[in-house]
Ligand binder design. Sequence first.
Ligand code: OOG
Ligand code: MG
Length: 266
Amino acid sequence: MNPAQIMEMAQFLDESRQAAREVSRITDRHPELSMSDAYAIQEAGIRLRQARGERVVAYKMGLTSRAKREQMGLKSPCYGVLTDRMQVPADGVFPLQGSIHPKIEPEIAFVVSRELRGKVGFEQAAQAIESVFPALEILDSRFVGFKYFSLPDVVADNSSSSHFVIPAPEHRKPFRGMDPAAMANWELVLSINGARAQAALASEISGHPIHSLIQLCELLEERGQALPAGSIVLTGAATAAVALEPGMRVQLEVAGLGALGVSVSA
Ligand code: OOG
Ligand code: MG
């Protein structure tokens, strides 16, 4: 795709999001859409948001668990970029107005204290982690029915990003002194209105959430980018996502790490 087509598709998705109106897939018009075109559309879409004053604060990995890949019928991980405007306060209220067909999913997130670039080892990645905490990602796809799309479509659409919920800085656990091996056995339990809806171990996330961080650095390197110091990283959902409905109270508990919630309003 040429630069004009990339910009046209970025604007098409940006307008769809702002109008909360679902649209047909990019691959319907551009069957030749490559992964590199898709990330270029994603980047152009983020630049549109930055031009309106939004700040990039976080990255999200997607499709790092088998449950998610099966739910979406897609085979490999991808990433998306999150801005300050997408953050919902912990234990706050998320209004459904403005969303198309939102879903929520349980994740583990990190803050990295230093830049990570290219092929990073497990030890090096672990040493860069400043804090670790539960996170809820609210997804929304701009595509009709949130289904039947390909990986390049998802990537172009900023990997279905919509909003995210993370604890305030003072409620994030310092990583120093934690046993990275123990992290794989943390259980993430997602409850809806007090009833257990989804649960899985953190090892479902790329075998270990730190591997997801490493995969992110490799994917960024393919785009000639590094993960900046201070970035928040959502490592991907451990379970399938759950559709949001008005009145829902969503809670994520990770034994040994903490809890986080959000309420859904119309
Ligand atoms: C793609 C984004 C997946 C995750 O955590 O696996 C994702 C999608 O499900 O539409 O964010
Ligand atoms: Mg996610």
